[in-house]
Design a protein around this ligand. Structure first.
Ligand code: AMP
Length: 400
């Protein structure tokens, strides 16, 4: 990584403001149903404390309150969960800028404060310079550890870097190292598994990886547009008719570049999505039926190709894994990846991350990204504004 990390800067006696991603799922009683994002921020928080930071000021967004205070989107449940994970008091503040907040931060204890949901102020998503400056005025050093928000140029991810020395936290560094390596110099062969519902979401990803991957394995809902492009009948399966030409051009480019593209060629099909008991395995998809998962022959071929990989990137489930009867393909691929030795396995955020968790193999993957949109943009070869804005490794920065 060519950006400064938290290890490159002195924190002793400093007020350190850390952009974390505490955008956690909540139930209707504001109970946190999955605290992985809070857990993922802990190494950076602990490091700042052990380095003698005077104050650790955490800030995050939660949901989409659109510039208004929404009671159900307050961050205090995250503060409470962090408190119990760290076994240290965390003060949950009622706002994120202003004199009262400054005063609360100047108090000696506790050492950790969590600002209120940044998106209660519309200036956050507007990347308003005054708001960014007000956030910056709370601290001496800025750390961005919110990889999942780094693809957005907001006040807390981009604007603030204009006023403070700005470095990456450990989670950010880890994400950039793993995902960055895939796009810059992956250990080869690089095999990419693509699934999920839509081709349109993955167009730039496919185009970018086409120049880097040795094999691209396509399953999930997006496979049917590629099959249609080859003149294969797909019955009532998902189709993006306006993406057939794109699919054709990708198949041609892959051929010219000697990149192997494998599209599912047998299927779990069903005539009524709501009646999984009707599901059967077939090489063909008759009219009135839809493909809902990859079939056993495709699974086998995918595994043979994966057995030779040195790097695997997985983005998108290969079937409707949420329904038991349609989940076998995704489950078998997840379990097969879990058993691979000396292979870097990288799972994109979102649904593929949910799938490896569901099948109990999350801890067997080399890296599961915490950011769906951000990981997609990195793999598309884009620069993330929240990363670009951090200080370069060799840049001289003055800490006040
Ligand atoms: P995405 O958000 O694009 O990664 O899409 C993930 C969703 O694609 C999951 O909820 C899957 O249920 C769905 N999906 C995967 N395979 C299929 C398929 N063959 N037909 C319809 N939906 C699918």
């Amino acid at each position: 990584m060519n950006k400064k990390s938290i290890k490159d800067i002195a924190l002793k006696g400093k007020k350190v403001i850390i952009r974390v991603d505490f955008n956690v799922p909540l139930d209707e009683k504001q109970g946190i149903t999955d605290d992985r994002r809070i857990q993922a921020a802990i190494p950076t928080i602990k490091y700042a404390l052990t380095q003698g930071a005077k104050k650790v000021i955490l800030m995050s967004h939660l949901g989409r309150p659109k510039g208004k205070v929404v009671e159900a989107m307050r961050l205090f449940p995250a503060a409470q969960r962090l408190e119990s994970l760290l076994k240290e008091n965390v003060s949950s503040l009622k706002d994120c800028v202003g004199d009262a907040i400054k005063k609360a931060i100047e108090m000696g204890s506790p050492r950790i404060v969590l600002l209120e949901n940044l998106r209660f102020h519309k200036e956050e998503t507007d990347n308003d310079p005054q708001f960014a400056k007000a956030l910056a005025s709370l601290a001496d050093v800025y750390v961005n550890d919110a990889f999942g928000s780094a693809h957005r140029a907001h006040a807390s991810t981009e604007g603030i870097t204009k006023y403070l020395p700005s470095v990456a936290g450990f989670l950010m560094e880890k994400e950039l190292n793993y995902l960055g390596q895939v796009v810059s110099h992956p250990a080869k062969p690089l095999v990419v598994i693509l699934g999920g519902a839509k081709v349109s979401d993955k167009i730039m990803l496919i185009e970018n990886l086409l120049t880097k991957a040795d094999s691209i394995l396509i399953g999930g809902g997006m496979a049917y547009t590629f099959l249609k492009a080859q003149g294969i009948s797909i019955g009532q399966s998902l189709l993006e008719a306006d993406k057939i030409d794109f699919a054709k051009s990708i198949l041609e480019k892959a051929k010219a570049a000697h990149v192997q593209i494998v599209i599912s060629h047998d299927f779990v099909i069903v005539d009524d999505f709501g009646k999984p008991a009707h599901a059967k395995i077939s090489d063909k998809i008759p009219d009135g039926w839809q493909g809902i998962d990859i079939g056993p022959k495709t699974r086998q071929q995918f595994k043979e190709i994966l057995s030779k990989a040195k790097t695997v990137v997985w983005n998108g489930p290969v079937g409707v894994f949420e329904v038991e009867a349609y989940s076998k393909g995704t489950q078998e691929i997840a379990e097969y990846l879990a058993g691979l030795k000396e292979v870097t396995t990288i799972v994109g955020g979102g649904d593929s991350a949910a799938a490896v968790s569901k099948f109990g193999v999350a801890d067997k993957m080399t890296h599961i990204s915490t950011g769906g949109g951000a990981s997609l943009e990195l793999l598309e070869g884009k620069q993330l504004p929240g990363v670009v804005a951090l200080n370069d490794k060799h840049e001289k920065v003055a800490v006040r």
